[in-house]
Design a protein around this ligand. Structure first.
Ligand SMILES: [Ca+2]
Length: 486
């Protein structure tokens, strides 16, 4: 295959270019002197992303939960790496998930709000993730990966936006949140369960969802044990209304929420055991994390962080994160460098021997040195930006986090907060954002305000467009996802 000397890949060309020639060119192009890369097993790794819905920072044992029994995830941490400053790009579902799929901030792809300006997509949405975006699944497909999305999608419920149109060979799950069925809002269709593009059950029996996702995941892994695969497993739980299967219901010390978390732990253990039995666990990178922090009600915990889901406090956007890959990640390690879901696309692309897209801005960074436990591996993010809906509210650089002064601080729901003052926190010393030390560090404040200005120009802020945003996808006459009667 001939590789263009000037690597300008539009989406169509990108998807056409597959195979080892591209891999070699891509790796040469990014030739960073990372010694651990030499150690990487030359075989393409499998990737599994277990992505909980609304699981909080303090909801699993290895991140401090004393309520929930999560022995499998804790063991996964003992055998791998804990990322303790791992961020999602939004405190709510849709924008957060758009970043995982594209490696970009939500405003970059215009997925920070729905067509009406609400914080997530709702059923029968005219908007969705633009099919012109290059998803992580599409990149991995150029390297002959088999791909599956099993769980909650929430990046568009119209046919052209479904996972099967965004790089996934197989889809099994619900298209949006589990509180968006007809039981919650009568105008909505009954909550559908899809297999590929067909509704197979509505309303779906939510008690069985985690179990059925796990069975589908195990089946997909088993069928693909001889070839590289990417399994994206965005659980529906423990998002409200919280459900758990028969074996887990009323068994935890924390009500239905704890039951759901313990079932997810069991599911994770079952998946890890399957990898071991198939003798592919050493070369499979498994990452366990969540799409945003725990909500204020329903029993979740973000401790020791402040704030909840839907907030730009740490509790809304910093997630528990465990990564296990015995072939390359040292066991029992932990790293507090700033990392994010946006980093997974470029990192996994490079690990698979592909190049991240070159024809567009990708906000994520290569975190291979951090994963490999390189001494002194550092975050490559000059800054991390905390947006709420369309508004830039905070900036982090190194250990410093600045909450911007805002006359009207937006919330995802409810009335805005008025006259929110400038606040500076040292997150290393003050993880709970309690002590505003802006007065003592005017130089730091100045630096962070300059970074905020840069983001406002690049990505935009409230009604002001950024210079480098890309359009979302739209359809004209969206239709509900319902069971088709013959
Ligand atoms: Ca969520």
């Amino acid at each position: 295959m001939k590789i263009p000397t000037q690597t300008k890949l539009d989406r169509r060309n990108f998807l056409k270019l597959a195979g080892s020639a591209l891999s070699a060119a891509a790796l040469a192009a990014c030739a960073s002197p990372i010694s651990a890369l030499a150690k990487q097993n030359t075989k393409k790794p499998n990737f599994i992303i277990i992505f909980c819905d609304d699981l909080g920072y303090g909801d699993i044992g290895c991140f401090g939960s004393e309520k929930h029994r999560t022995p499998n995830i804790d063991k996964m941490a003992e055998q791998g790496l804990k990322l303790t400053s791992f961020y999602v790009t939004s405190g709510v579902c849709t924008p957060s998930r758009s970043s995982l799929m594209t490696g970009c901030y939500p405003r970059r792809t215009n997925m920070h709000q729905d067509a009406a300006g609400l914080c997530v997509l709702f059923p029968v949405a005219e908007k969705g993730l633009n099919p012109n975006e290059i998803t992580l699944a599409e990149i991995l497909k150029t390297q002959n990966y088999k791909t599956a999305c099993i769980g909650k999608w929430h990046l568009g419920d119209q046919k052209k936006f479904l996972p099967t149109k965004q790089g996934f060979d197989f889809y099994f799950g619900i298209p949006y949140s589990n509180d968006m069925g007809s039981r919650q809002r009568t105008k909505n269709p009954p909550l559908p369960l899809l297999k590929n593009e067909t509704v197979i059950e509505a309303p779906v029996n939510q008690n069985t969802l985690t179990k059925r996702y796990t069975e589908q995941a195990v089946k997909f892994i088993t069928e693909n044990k001889h070839n590289p695969f990417f399994l994206y497993l965005p659980h529906t739980m423990p998002h409200n209304p919280v459900h758990a299967g028969d074996r887990f219901r009323d068994k935890s010390a924390n009500g239905r929420y704890g039951d759901a978390v313990e079932e997810i732990d069991y599911s994770t253990g079952h998946i890890l055991k399957t990898l071991e039995q198939l003798n592919i666990d050493k070369n499979t990178l498994v990452i366990f994390t969540s799409d945003n922090g725990a909500a204020k009600r329903y029993g979740g915990s973000n401790l020791p962080l402040a704030g909840f889901k839907g907030s730009t406090l740490e509790g809304g956007m910093r997630e528990p994160c465990v990564v296990r890959w015995p072939a390359n990640i040292p066991a029992g390690t932990s790293c507090d460098e700033l990392t994010s879901t946006i980093d997974l696309l470029p990192t996994f692309a490079l690990l698979a021997g592909a190049a991240p897209p070159k024809d567009r801005i990708i906000d994520g960074k290569d975190i291979r040195p951090i994963l490999f436990g390189e001494p002194d591996a550092k975050s490559l993010h000059e800054a991390f930006y905390y947006y709420q809906v369309d508004q830039l509210q905070a900036v982090r650089s190194g250990k410093w986090k600045l909450h911007l002064p805002l006359e009207t601080k937006k919330r995802n729901w409810g009335k805005p907060e008025m006259n929110s003052p400038l606040k500076l926190y040292d997150l290393k010393a003050d993880i709970a954002e309690k002590y505003n030390i802006a007065d003592k560090h005017p130089d730091v404040v100045k630096k962070l305000l300059a970074l905020a200005k840069k983001a406002r120009q690049d990505l935009g802020d409230t009604n002001k467009k950024g210079q480098n945003q890309r359009p979302a996808g739209f359809v004209q006459n969206p239709v509900p996802l319902t069971i088709k009667k013959n």
